[in-house]
Design a protein around this ligand. Structure first.
Ligand code: SAH
Ligand code: SF4
Ligand code: F3S
Length: 468
């Protein structure tokens, strides 16, 4: 089941080990600390956990306070313009740290820096940045840091031509009860609006054995919530020998002991197979939540988006999911204002939102991404129209979410406790198995544990209850 071409070579990993030991010697006893700022999706969160693992191995203490850091790294996102602007403003504010202390090392990585124009922009306009590298070069972080610590030339590297997976990197997980497990990297789908395939390369699947070992380890350490990550987890395994499927992987995970739930993030409707839905619904670790990105309710727009499904197919997957699990909560992603989206197209999106009645939707205003086909398309929608449509969609969805949430009042449900609410001393925040937020009052701290709560009231965004 191993496809050796998917993996970074042993020689390369050994070379990085050499850099690691040199850095360890060089910074030993200096008490240096490192700060990592993460933007973007769960893939980036997961990458940052690996980066922190490597930094810890190098001898850095990880800090949440950027002012005290000796090494600063921004892990960037490129999905929408707003994400890039935020990254650039954070990089901008790092300037004065370097001015105060020239020994500080500053790096930028992630999806934004995998684009040539952004890499060049950082090189030329942010002179204090020591290095920037694309998403597939993460395993070379020790080399980049070593070079910067020893005042080598500034390095700006895009991605390797054939991005590969680096197994065995240390992971410093943020949580001790919730974990991300990447099962594949990259994307082959080239939805016409999306930058991801250009910045994360083609699909590469991890070996099933490596994934199962990681899940087994997490389960044995008491993790309760495990999310299998990939841009399209439904096409897992297509590049591996023997072509194991996501259903095979889920069935193997089902055999692992432990009190944990399995989530998938994200599933592309075009590859949502009945086997996958069956393997989820019969799984001993099944959850009651499924995220199925719709993007638009208009077949014509879906075609222009290169999504490879139509509304009938989408609705049949929804029916299948609900038939297998009547309690399932459904969430989706919607893009408003794709080029050429007419009022009638938008109304079709509204119609399907009303028909499916999602528990929540993540709606985004279309943001043209340089290098993608939609950037070049005619009939770009004016900003005001995009905003009016976006507001209307949110208002309709808020009503639906509120109505759905009211049906929970009076019910008793199991939740996984996430910790104290920010605003109120004795109030805790938690998630149901359907991924709904529940705030509840309690004298004791059950963070990281499952408990049962009775729902007493609800609104659009959350449920409220008390511990039973
Ligand atoms: N691989 C995932 C999506 C990753 S990006 C999937 O296919 O579902 C997360 C969401 O960002 C997408 O589902 C889409 O709704 C939104 N998105 C992607 N590119 C965008 C763009 N150019 N403008 C606005 N939203 C975008
Ligand atoms: Fe982007 Fe489409 Fe790939 Fe998702 S499936 S990452 S939306 S190209
Ligand atoms: Fe952003 Fe890259 Fe994720 S572009 S959404 S961080 S895959």
């Amino acid at each position: 089941m191993i496809n050796v071409n998917n993996f970074v070579s042993q020689e390369e990993l050994l070379l990085q080990e050499k850099y690691k030991s040199q850095i360890r010697r060089q910074i030993d006893g200096k008490g240096l600390c490192a700060f990592v700022y993460t933007l973007g999706c769960q893939q980036n969160e997961a990458d940052s956990e690996r980066i922190r693992g490597v930094l810890r191995e190098l001898g850095y203490r990880i800090t949440e306070i950027e002012e005290e850091a000796d090494f600063l790294l921004v892990n960037t996102c490129a999905i929408r313009e707003h994400a890039e602007k935020r990254a650039l403003s954070i990089i901008g504010r790092f300037k004065h740290y370097k001015a105060k202390n020239p020994d500080i090392v500053i790096g930028v990585c992630g999806c934004m820096t995998a684009q040539q124009h952004r890499s060049e922009q950082i090189k030329h306009s942010y002179h204090y940045v020591d290095f920037a590298f694309g998403t597939s070069l993460m395993h070379r972080l020790p080399e980049f840091i070593y070079n910067a610590l020893n005042k080598g030339k500034r390095r700006f590297m895009l991605d390797s031509e054939r991005p590969q997976i680096a197994e065995g990197l240390e992971i410093e997980r943020e949580s001790n009860y919730k974990a991300w497990v990447s099962i594949m990297y990259g994307c082959n789908n080239f939805c016409t609006y999306c930058i991801v395939p250009y910045v994360r390369g083609r699909e590469r699947s991890r070996n099933m054995k490596d994934i199962l070992d990681e899940v087994r380890d997490l389960a044995s350490r008491g993790y309760h919530d495990i999310t299998l990550l990939g841009q399209n987890v439904n096409s897992y395994g297509k590049d591996l020998e023997g072509k194991p499927t996501i259903a095979d992987l889920l069935n193997e995970i089902s055999k692992i002991d432990g009190d944990f739930m399995i989530h998938l993030m994200t599933s592309h409707p075009k590859d949502a197979s009945s086997e996958m839905i069956e393997a989820l619904s019969t799984n001993s670790h099944r959850t009651n939540h499924f995220h199925l990105p719709l993007q638009s309710g208009s077949d014509e727009i879906l075609k222009k988006m290169n999504r490879h499904y139509d509304i009938d197919r989408y609705l049949s997957i929804v029916d299948e999911l609900r038939a297998k699990n009547k309690d399932i909560t459904l969430t989706t992603d919607i893009i408003v204002g794709f080029p050429g989206e007419s009022e009638a197209d938008f109304e079709k999106t509204v119609e399907i939102i009303k028909k499916v009645r999602f528990d929540s939707i993540f709606s985004f205003i279309f943001s043209p991404r340089k290098g993608t086909p939609a950037y070049e398309m005619e009939n770009q929608i004016p900003e005001e129209i995009k905003h009016t449509r976006y507001d209307r969609l949110c208002q309709i969805q808020n009503e639906i979410a509120n109505e759905i949430n009211q049906t929970y009042v009076g019910k008793e449900i199991r939740v996984l406790v996430d910790g104290k609410s920010k605003n109120n001393e004795n109030v805790y925040t938690s998630r149901t198995e359907g991924n709904k937020i529940v705030h509840f009052e309690c004298e004791n701290d059950y963070t990281g544990n499952f408990i049962n709560v009775k729902i007493t009231r609800a609104d659009t965004f959350a449920l409220y209850g008390e511990k039973i």
